[in-house]
Ligand binder design. Sequence first.
Ligand SMILES: Cc1cc2nc3c(=O)[nH]c(=O)nc-3n(C[C@H](O)[C@H](O)[C@H](O)COP(=O)(O)O)c2cc1C
Length: 190
Amino acid sequence: MYKFVLILLSVVGMVTASCAQQRQENMKKEQSNPKILVAYFSATGTTARAAKKLADVTGGELYAITPAQPYTSADLDWHDEQSRSSVEMNDSKARPALKGRKENIADYDVVFIGYPIWWNLAPRIINTFIESHDLKGKTVTPFATSGGSTLAESATSLKKTYPALNWKEGRLLNHTDEQSIRAWLDELEY
Ligand SMILES: Cc1cc2nc3c(=O)[nH]c(=O)nc-3n(C[C@H](O)[C@H](O)[C@H](O)COP(=O)(O)O)c2cc1C
């Protein structure tokens, strides 16, 4: 009987150890092979093209952040103070509605968020996206396209508005090739 208990205990011990090892291996695998989402908003297609390149290089899944009401060219007229984009960007509390949500956001470890620079900032729909999805515990990395502005002010503003998120250093992806995207990803250690 005593022998039997000893054998049983050592079998249980071996099974437990192998489960722990398996768990550790799975965790390592998850860390070295994160699940990546490339979410982007694009009003006229430029950011969409940059997002596609980023998704190709990272192997991440592309997701278009889509406004419930699409932006017309009149909406995008920055010379008009009354245009929809001007009105939204003048109101830090504006939260244009989304057409839908990314339901399985919990599945991703890394979320890239792309947008066109509007008035040196991220369009307000990016705030809507962030506030409609639980991004806590994920690494969140902004990227953008612009007519010449840098990413800096928009990234600083996002970090300040959402300090609980784990922000990584973003990039402007104007005219970016695969090689420079790879160099950035190396810096990010993805
Ligand atoms: C309302 C509005 C505001 C903009 N503000 C800026 C700006 O402050 N700085 C800049 O460099 N480009 C600005 N742009 C240009 C866009 O950032 C640029 O064209 C971008 O690549 C467009 O991306 P999309 O085609 O994905 O919408 C603005 C464009 C619009 C429509």
